[in-house]
Structure formats: C-alpha cells, structure tokens
Design a protein around this ligand. Structure first.
Ligand code: SF4
Length: 262
C-alpha cells in the first residue's frame, strides 16, 4: 500500500467535502506529541505543495505537564522539515495539576482550549487543525450515544465562539492504523501523554470493543463514518424531526420522562 497516496486521498476528501481550508488561510497544527497530529502535519505539508489552494502551515504544542518523555525531539524533527514550531508550557495547567492532580478531562481540555487560542492568535493563524482520527469520531459517537444520551460525534468543522478561528479535523477519514504506519515510516518522534497509558477508562473499553468486533468486520469504522453522513432523521426518536405528527412533541415527556431538555 502506498501510505502517502492513501493518506492524501483521505485527507483531501475531508478537506474538500467540508471546505476546511481556503485560499489565504494560515493553518496552525496542534501537535499533541502523538502519531496522529504528526501525520496530520505531514499531510498538510504535502497538500500545501500540491493543492490549488494557497495556504501556510505552522505548528505548536501545549505542554500541560503530562508528557512522559522530553519533547525536544519533536523540535529537532520539525526543524529538519522546515516547519515553524511553538512550544508553550501552560502555567495554569501546571498549577491545576499541582492543586487537583485527579482533575478530569473537562477541566484539562478547557485549560488547553484557552492556551490553544492564545497561541494561534500569536501565530497569526485563522485556522486550527486537530489530529482527531476516524477512530476518535467513532469512539465519540458511541460514547455520546451510550453515556450522554446524545446522538453526536465530533464536528469536522467548527468555529471558536467569536468566529476568530475555524477549527478543523482533517483526519476524520484516516484510521489510527494508518497514522501509526505513517509516523513510523516518517521516523517522526512520538512523545506519549500519561493519559494514553491509563487503563479502566471508558475510552479503553470502547477501543477494546472495536478491536474485538473488527476482527470479524474489518470495515466497521468506515461503515460507521458513512452512517454519520447518512442520517435518517425520521427513523430516530427526536420529535423535532418527525414531520406531520401533531402532538408528538407533547407526548415526548410522557414517553421519555428521563430525556433532558437541552
Ligand atoms: S485524556 Fe488527559 S490530556 Fe486528554 S483531556 Fe483528559 S486529562 Fe487532559
């Protein structure tokens, strides 16, 4: 398999379908230290040379005190690729880690988001690219369905609250099997986050669940992604989308008293 060809086809498809990148954009790639965001950066650098759209690329990493190894090799690697890289030690995140070592993802990601916007602003970027993969989309779809009572995954394109930044996820059709192979073939240095080693989490259970099913159904994630883009609203249970049925909305609370109003 020509890894680069497959990667570019899948990333190109996501960017094209959701108009993720436009002429004149400055794209800041959020490098988490993992294989996914390094693969994303590689794909965007290749597309920059080949795509008819004119855009620039830079990269940054937010240090929140959870890396298991020094990040310097990332800087060396990026210098060798001619990419401008900003490494940012987020002091509020370090304080959070000291004061509340057992804090959850909500708080951690809120701190990260604030740092990410601050860095992107400093870099003059109008687009921030994240390395969420097909695996992340499928897992978040299942997690939301099973644990939050919402049918949703991750947005391929979104905007920061004041529309200052377009937030894009160009790896949405790329599996982690592919990012692993790409990162290995590039010799890109992977710096793991402590959280990736945790066991007994919902994320780990969902990964195991997919892993087991995929032994018999290898195209499971592709099918799930296709389903997310092919919604039959009237075959779900949200009264907002059931047309021509008077009284359905009112009946909702009777039938589903545990449903929370948004
Ligand atoms: S998995 Fe770890 S690094 Fe990621 S949001 Fe949760 S606490 Fe933060």
């Amino acid at each position: 398999m020509d890894l680069e060809k497959v990667l570019l086809r899948k990333v190109g498809e996501a960017i094209g379908r959701f108009r993720m990148i436009r002429d004149g954009d400055r794209v800041a790639v959020a490098l988490s230290g993992g294989k996914d965001s390094l693969t994303l950066l590689h794909a965007l650098l290749l597309l920059q040379e080949r795509a008819p759209v004119d855009f620039s690329v830079c990269a940054f990493t937010v240090e929140q005190g959870k890396f298991l190894r020094p990040v310097e090799p990332i800087g060396d690697y990026l210098r060798s690729r001619g990419v401008a890289w900003t490494y940012y030690r987020d002091k509020p995140s370090f304080r959070l880690l000291d004061e509340q070592p057992g804090h959850g993802c909500d708080l951690c990601s809120r701190y990260r988001r604030r740092a990410v916007y601050e860095i992107a602003r400093g870099l003059g970027a109008n687009v921030i690219a994240f390395g969420h993969t097909a695996d992340d989309f499928c897992e978040s779809f299942l997690r939301n369905t099973l644990f939050t009572g919402r049918l949703s995954a991750l947005p391929p394109v979104a905007y920061s609250r004041d529309k200052e930044f377009r937030l894009i996820r160009p790896l949405l059709f790329v599996t982690e099997e592919l990012t692993k192979a790409c990162a290995e073939s590039l010799g890109a240095p992977v710096v793991p986050c402590g959280c990736s080693q945790k066991t007994g989490t919902v994320r780990r259970s969902l990964r195991d669940f997919f892993g087991e099913l995929e032994r018999d159904y290898p195209n499971l994630k592709e099918t799930m992604l296709a389903a997310m883009g092919n919604i039959e609203l009237h075959r779900l249970l949200d009264p907002r989308f059931i047309e021509g049925e008077p009284g359905v909305k009112e009946a909702r609370q009777e039938l589903f008293p545990i449903v929370m109003e948004p």
